[in-house]
Design a protein around this ligand. Structure first.
Ligand code: VGL
Ligand code: ZN
Length: 214
């Protein structure tokens, strides 16, 4: 695993995952305390030369919605052509209020807002590769063309979109860290512990926001 560059280094980027109303308390797929991250992520953003933001951005009737499968309920798992898929409450429908970024998120210098999960038949927790594990979002190419080598990942949810994005970043050769106090988890059937284990095996660093490399 290549070495992590400091946040202020032009070769580093902060990757802010899915800070959208549907993942906030009161949202369709609420993550406990998700909104508490906003001030910390705003502060972290100030320390990074480069910031990238993602949005979960599903068409109506998306394959990951329990409502798209008669007789199924949220949080069940089903088998799809690309493998097992957890079914979710309907969330982050393109252009809905729940899909908007939290209004208090203040990252004025963010250069890229990447939308993922746009294919009706394929989910995408990862900001790099859709759930078929073949369709790229283009993010790796974007980062390489900008000379970015180190990624610090924050946001929601730690055990799904943050963890999948961090793992794919590490596999793609980026030095990758998750800032754990700038994330919150769903924690479904042990998913949080499994996510940390999988990230550790790929060399993803687990950092606290007050201990980032200088
Ligand atoms: C997410 C479940 C479904 C996430 C997105 O952002 O972690 N989780 N869609
Ligand atoms: Zn989703």
């Amino acid at each position: 695993m290549p070495r992590l560059h400091a946040p202020s280094d032009r070769r580093s980027a902060l990757l802010v995952i899915d800070m959208q109303y549907d993942f906030m308390p009161g949202g369709a797929l609420a993550v406990a305390d998700g909104d508490a991250l906003v001030p910390l992520i705003n502060q972290l953003g100030q320390r990074f030369a480069r910031v990238i933001v993602t949005q979960d951005w599903h068409p109506a009737g998306h394959v990951s919605f329990a409502a798209s499968h008669p007789g199924r309920v949220p949080f069940e798992s089903i088998s799809l052509p690309y493998g097992a898929q957890t079914l979710w409450p309907t969330h982050c429908v393109q252009d809905s209020q729940g899909a908007r970024l939290h209004h208090d998120l203040h990252l004025p210098h963010a250069q890229l807002v990447l939308r993922k999960g746009c294919n009706a038949q394929i989910d995408s927790y990862s900001a790099f590769l859709e759930a078929d594990r073949q369709t790229p979002t283009g993010l790796a190419g974007y980062l390489r063309e900008h000379g970015i080598e180190s990624l610090y990942v924050v946001g929601l949810a730690l055990d799904f979109c943050v963890a999948w994005s961090a793992q794919d970043a590490a596999r793609a050769g980026f030095a990758t860290a998750v800032i754990e106090d700038a994330c919150r988890a769903i924690d479904l059937n042990g998913s949080l512990q499994a996510a940390w284990q999988a990230m550790r095996e790929l060399g993803v660093e687990r950092l606290h926001s007050d201990a980032l490399p200088a």
